[in-house]
Design a protein around this ligand. Structure first.
Ligand code: PMP
Length: 354
């Protein structure tokens, strides 16, 4: 039966978000998840919260907001939570932009940005990454116009892993007009080891037009529960709460996020293991002849251009799922040492067959 109801005409041209594939029996290095499952204390909090899911969650997630505010040394009115930081990206676009307003971001970057912007009837303006696969902040500052309302800087950048440093980011923030909100998307912040990559929270503290996005999906290992947070000026967090779809951060996610903050030290120690694997994987790829930009995230980027899809197919034949971006490159998440070894064997055999 075909429907008699018209849906929005422009949705036909809207690209769909492509998630990393899960292939039974294969190692998944395609979604920048951490390989370790929830700690026993987090599982316990999840089980406890599950006993009460006949009730709606706390709509404002206030216990989590308060806990984050204490953790970060900020007033609670500067913190907002959302159903994953991707939902906060959407809330930010909805809260800041009317139809036709410009949202500026680098490309290639997080692929949800252009989709969310189009859904909100705002207008995406992209600035290419530079030759080192890093944000070209000077070009981005030059691209700001009176129509620009919002700017995303993904730091470290997904999918390239590259990060912008303090000098460049400070110069950029000085150049952006104060009425443009700069969103520092720091989904991978906990994997940053370069001291020159600034902590966005410190910048947000000093500047009234900066917001920071963080997530429990990556370092904190709660991707399946969907919870993230924003730190922003109070006027912006108020607007984020206005556009929040009621109850979108569920009760189990709220409890698990708080339990994860309780277990922060242990979870961040796991991140350090991933970071040392990141160095090992990148070094092995460089030794095998690949170009691999320096990465500050829990993944590496292989700018393989036209060979990206072929590389991903070759890896899949070796039972490893990676994330190809056709015609551009392949993003590979850092997994366990054993998983990484299987991937590295696949990467070496790809080079050898050429
Ligand atoms: N920002 C960036 C840069 C990401 O890579 C992702 C996830 N891939 C997100 C935001 C969204 O993550 P989540 O919604 O799981 O918090």
């Amino acid at each position: 039966m075909s429907s008699t109801v018209p849906t929005r005409a422009d949705l036909a041209a809207l690209p769909s978000y492509v998630p990393g594939r899960t292939v039974p029996g294969a190692i998944k290095l395609a979604s920048n998840e951490v390989p370790g499952g929830p700690l026993p204390s987090v599982r316990e909090a999840i089980s406890q919260a599950a006993t009460q899911v006949n009730r709606y969650p706390d709509m404002g997630a206030w216990a989590l907001v308060d806990r984050l505010a204490t953790e970060l040394g900020l007033p609670a009115d500067r913190v907002a939570v959302g159903g994953g930081s991707v939902m906060l990206c959407q809330q930010l676009v909805q809260a800041m932009c009317g139809p036709g307003d410009d949202v500026l971001f680098a490309w290639r970057s997080f692929e949800a940005y252009p989709i969310l912007i189009q859904i909100a009837n705002a207008h995406a303006v992209t600035v290419p990454l530079d030759a080192t696969h890093t944000h070209d902040l000077d070009a981005m500052a030059a691209a700001v116009t009176p129509r620009t309302r919002l700017l995303f800087v993904c730091n470290p950048n997904n999918p390239t892993g590259t990060a912008v440093r303090r000098d460049a980011l400070t110069r950029f923030l000085d150049a952006v007009p104060p009425e443009v909100l700069v969103v520092l998307d720091e989904a991978y912040r906990e994997f940053v080891t370069d001291d020159e990559v600034p902590d966005g929270l410190a910048l947000a503290e000093e500047r009234p037009n900066v917001a920071v996005l963080r997530t429990f999906s990556k370092a904190y290992g709660l991707a399946g529960l969907r919870v993230g947070y924003a730190v922003a000026p109070p006027e912006v967090t108020t607007a984020l709460r206005k556009v929040y779809v009621p109850f979108s951060v569920n009760a189990v996610a709220q409890a698990a996020a708080i339990a994860s903050l309780d277990a922060k030290d242990e979870l961040l120690a796991r991140c350090r293991d991933i970071v040392s694997e990141r160095t090992r994987v990148r070094d092995a790829l460089l030794a095998a002849g690949y170009v691999v930009p320096e990465t500050q995230a829990n993944f590496v980027w292989l700018p393989l251009g036209d060979r990206a899809t072929e590389f991903a197919e070759h890896a899949l034949a070796s039972k490893v799922v990676v994330r190809p971006f056709a015609g551009d490159g392949v993003r590979v998440t850092i997994g366990t040492p054993e998983e990484n070894d299987v991937f590295l064997d696949a990467a070496r055999s790809f080079q050898q067959r050429e």
